[in-house]
Ligand binder design. Sequence first.
Ligand SMILES: Cc1ncc(COP(=O)(O)O)c(C=O)c1O
Length: 378
Amino acid sequence: MKTIYLDYNATTPIAPDVQTAMLPFLAEHYGNPSSGHALGRACHEATLDARAKLAALLGAERDEIIFTGCGTESNNLVLKGLAFRQAPLGSGHFVISSIEHPAVTEPARFLERLGFGLTIVDCDARGRIDPDDVAAAIQDDTLLVSIMLANNEIGTIQPIAEISKICRQRGVLLHTDAAQAVGKIPTRVDDLGVDFLSIAGHKLYAPKGIGALYVRRGTALEPLLHGAGHEGGLRAGTENVPYMVALGKAAELAGQHLSESVERLAMLRDRLQQALVDACGPKCTVNGAGAERLPNTLSINIPNVDASELLARIPELCASTSAACHTGQAQRSATQQAIALPEDVARGTIRLSVGWFTDEEEVDRAANLLIGARQQLR
Ligand SMILES: Cc1ncc(COP(=O)(O)O)c(C=O)c1O
């Protein structure tokens, strides 16, 4: 039974070239980048190169890239890093959206418990945030607006460049959680107009356990980890050289293949969508339809079935019901609630996400398996 992996939004496999690039740093290149000797210097050079590659993908400067342990840490560093600079603690206000990943929502809620203000901006039925609603949410004491670039469940892309204009006019910093966007759509920080941008390595063909944060020059944050001053003083701890090298290589590959892969992924996704909609009829709806969406993401509502039961019947297909972190939960996810997806419709939601190693044959097989399993269940 050959596995069909259509869960690239949960995590990606490590690309073979990424693995090749990182392996020497798990073996012969084991120096500490802070050591002055040859082994240390070789590792230091490798971290500089990885930083430069990631910076190139984002159109940033090398010293604006901070390596972290994951996308969650990057998001925490922005929100708490700004909050912890406030005196007295608790003075200031944050704006986030109702469809953020818990890696933004939870630190924001934590800061709210410490006394900070928090406004959560709603999205429309397609999962899109209206920039005017962001403008209305900004207060005199707003420290940060944090809106994700693309949603992990339904793929809606947010109008970050428009939101940026508002933030600039109002003198408010802007963060975007781009964990799902980097490598799938252009993510140049100056085009987006963001001050901070979060990256998760394992959504970009690098291993789990590495992330990065773009921090615009001249923007001050308090570190979460105080120590020996690594990562420009923002994230102490001896560098994870092999994983940094991996993320650097992944960023290089993403930059090289971006335009071609956007088209290919959209073609595969659309083929899958069409096959399912044709087979399941007009009640089969697509979340985020009508909005700009990630080219690889299909969140589809299969009518009159329970999505978990459907997927359980197809063990060779790896896909999610909504987001990987919500699988197994009976209630609707925050995104499903935010787009006001009725409970009976949300019961049948499946998230299928294609990636670099998906081909047409897999997509066709997945569609046939889903259609067949649905017929068995009905
Ligand atoms: C939009 C978004 N932000 C943040 C994260 C968290 O990233 P990590 O798993 O690297 O902590 C995820 C992972 O699912 C995500 O989809």
